[in-house]
Design a protein around this ligand. Structure first.
Ligand code: ZN
Length: 299
């Protein structure tokens, strides 16, 4: 097998990459769509095109993304993440657009959350290599500027993901999306610096077959999620509970999004505890909480 990442280390440990590394979307998942192409890939509803800028890039198979990984870590992730997620993801794919009951136990929600954290973190990893030439070329493709060791460590040890993560899911239409929602809400994530240390608050969203997943890193500052409160989304992690996925409504992925907010510096951890008494929500702006003024934020 040729080496896709010559000279690069595994993203999980110091060992060198072996072969094609880790499939971010596992081959069992990509194989599920075999023969259903051609596939096009879009970002913000605009399909990626060939160099003529008109012809959409199509592929006969769902295209993958890889990160450098050694043989041991590759095998470990299969045990700690893929094995338990596979039956749950398969049930979601099979369920499709149906509004029939689809009960996921708390354990199944955790398996799904772990898998979504893996896909979300690795596909935005600086070392990620996309099969899709348009994606790989795209300078605006979300790439994580920093990957904290604790974001990946649990995948290798088989432990629990850190409680600083939240994982949310909504359902979305299988084929395309409706017109953008009339009201778009957003939750602003401050770029929080506590005692000189950047906590690297961030969010990543991605979709697959009727599901939209959002992972958020927000240690020490809870989120009150408007869609969860109204039964339009579920939180899979932390504090998982049994859900009926089938009764969730299909919602547009831009109905509620997370935005990067202003840099907020606080002196010490107890100041954060003070601020965190007011959860991050669509109604709050962290810069108002800290400075008493709204600072400009960007999407
Ligand atoms: Zn490794």
């Amino acid at each position: 097998m040729s080496n896709r990442f010559p000279g690069q280390a595994c993203v999980f440990c110091p060992n060198p990459n072996v072969g094609v590394g880790e499939h971010v979307w596992p081959s069992w998942f990509i194989g599920k769509f075999h023969g259903q192409g051609p596939f096009t890939t879009s970002r913000a509803d605009v399909p990626y095109t060939k160099r003529d800028k008109e012809t959409p890039v199509t592929a006969d198979a769902l295209l993958g993304v890889h990160v450098p990984a050694c043989k041991d870590c590759n095998a470990t992730l299969d045990t700690t993440i893929e094995k338990s997620a596979k039956p749950v993801v398969r049930r979601l794919l099979k369920h499709g657009d149906s509004s029939d009951e689809l009960i996921l136990s708390a354990d199944e929600c955790v398996a799904l959350a772990r898998w979504q954290l893996k896909v979300g973190l690795l596909s935005a990893h600086a070392a990620a290599d996309h099969d899709h030439p348009g994606l790989q070329r795209d300078q605006d493709l979300p790439r994580l500027p920093v990957v904290r060791p604790e974001w990946l460590e649990w995948m290798r040890t088989g432990g629990e993901p850190p409680a600083g993560f939240s994982v949310f899911v909504t359902r979305r239409h299988l084929r395309g999306e409706d017109a953008p929602p009339a009201v778009k809400q957003h939750i602003v994530l401050p770029q929080l610096i506590v005692d000189g240390e950047d906590l690297n608050f961030m969010s990543q969203s991605f979709g697959f077959s009727g599901v939209n997943a959002t992972i958020v890193w927000h240690p020490g500052w809870p989120i009150a999620h408007a869609q969860v409160d109204t039964g339009r989304a579920v939180r899979l992690w932390p504090n998982p509970y049994e859900i009926n996925f089938g009764v969730l409504p299909q919602v547009h992925s831009r109905e509620l999004t997370f935005w990067d907010g202003a840099i907020v510096g606080v002196g010490a951890a107890d100041e954060l505890t003070q601020l965190a008494q007011h959860p991050l929500s669509v109604d709050s702006d962290s810069s108002v909480a800290v400075f008493g003024v709204a600072l400009p934020s960007e999407e």
